[in-house]
Write a protein that binds this ligand. Structure first.
Ligand SMILES: C=C(O[C@@H]1C=C(C(=O)O)C=C[C@H]1O)C(=O)O
Length: 365
């Protein structure tokens, strides 16, 4: 499928966004005092774009669902008193109209909304004819097409200042992340739509304040364009997402420590990079040849199994292989989880190949 978005740079009036673009502010607007105090502290740290949740989609009923429209005048005040741009999440046409009424500068579509094309279309229709930057969070499920589809809907409504927010993906298993980053998905998004800015949300990926620096650094090293970080004047008292918010002072430390490497490859290091890349090309070639030889053996095994009436899947052998390869990972200084994933894919393909052999043999009869 073609991935074409009609894009303009993600700019705000009178403010050119530079890498890393930073959006910071509390998970939720709670009170006028909390919003203004947090905003002033952030503005003092040089933050230019303030975020705050007004309507909060919650997993279960009964949790704090945001203050709603009453919070919008507080944000307007933030804009007037600090000069920061203000940004909020919208999930319905009503949210869009209210946000625009109160001069919100930038909007984002949340992960749960992105997952629902009807909701995204409603937001897109409400945005028709409006020139405002819109960011689209990845859907909760690791579905790149759904993410791109949501951006296409917003783009088709005429929004050209578009960006993506990578906030990680829900998993049933508990991992060290609140939402698994699955970096390969935003990397693939970058490959497909190179001029689309991608902003990382380390707060929702990590779910804990002490991991935000690490995830932010990873985002920068993957050449993503910005960060959206939840910051609250008093995180432990926050009405939502207390564990993943940082104080404005903590945010400053994170930003000061962040190493922002250049994305372009300069003249001098190119020589060594070229050499290293040649080595990678050669190794990849060897990997492919090895894989091809392995598949040929699988096919021979497939023929043997056909002739001897044996099932393709041999669970005990498969199990033995997986255990061995997992142990060999360490010896080869490889991550065992990575090795297991690779061999799962190899096994799947090996089974497919044997299936094809068996079917061919069968057809000969
Ligand atoms: C190749 C075989 O068939 C299947 C594929 C395997 C593999 O590719 O490593 C292992 C076990 C079987 O499930 C085999 O039986 O050895």
């Amino acid at each position: 499928m073609e991935n074409k978005l009609d894009l303009l740079p993600l700019e705000l009036p009178g403010y050119k966004l530079e890498r890393p673009m930073l959006i910071a502010g509390p998970c939720s607007a709670e009170t006028e005092e909390q919003v203004l105090t947090t905003a002033k502290q952030l503005a003092a740290q040089g933050v230019k774009i303030f975020r705050s949740g007004i309507w909060k989609p919650r997993t279960r009923p009964g949790a704090f669902e945001g203050v709603g429209t009453v919070g919008l005048p507080w944000l307007k005040k933030v804009k007037e008193e600090t000069g920061m741009f203000i940004s909020i999440e919208v999930a319905t046409a009503h949210h869009v109209y209210e946000a625009l009424k109160f001069g919100v500068d930038m909007l984002w579509v949340g992960a749960r909304t992105t997952a629902n094309p009807f909701a995204v279309q409603e937001v897109a229709d409400a945005l028709a004819g409006v020139d405002i930057p819109v960011l689209v969070k990845n859907p909760v499920n690791p579905d790149l097409e759904l993410w791109i589809g949501a951006m296409e809907r917003i783009n088709q409504a005429g929004i050209k200042r578009l960006g993506a927010i990578h906030r990680g993906f829900s998993t049933y298993d508990k991992t060290k992340y609140r939402n698994n980053p699955e970096w390969q998905i935003p990397i693939e998004l970058r490959r497909r739509i190179p001029n689309l800015p991608i902003i990382t949300d380390p707060s929702h990926i990590s779910g804990k304040s002490e991991m935000i620096a690490e995830v932010s650094q990873e985002a920068m090293d993957l050449n993503f364009d910005g960060l959206i970080i939840e910051s609250h004047m008093c995180p432990e008292k926050a009405w939502s997402d207390a564990s993943q918010q940082v104080t404005p002072d903590h945010l400053k430390l994170i930003m000061d420590d962040l190493v922002v490497r250049q994305s372009a490859i300069g003249e001098k290091p190119r020589v060594t990079l070229d050499e290293l890349r040649k080595k990678i090309d050669l190794l990849d070639q060897q990997l492919l040849e090895t894989l091809s030889s392995r598949m040929k053996i699988s096919e021979a095994i497939g023929k043997y199994k056909y002739d001897n009436n044996i099932t393709i899947l041999q669970t005990r052998r498969y199990d033995e292989i997986m255990n061995k390869r997992r142990n060999q990972a360490d010896e080869n200084k490889l991550n065992p989880e990575f090795v297991v994933k690779v061999f799962e894919h190899i096994h799947e393909e090996s089974i497919n190949r044997q299936n094809i052999v068996m079917n061919k043999e069968l057809a000969k009869k």
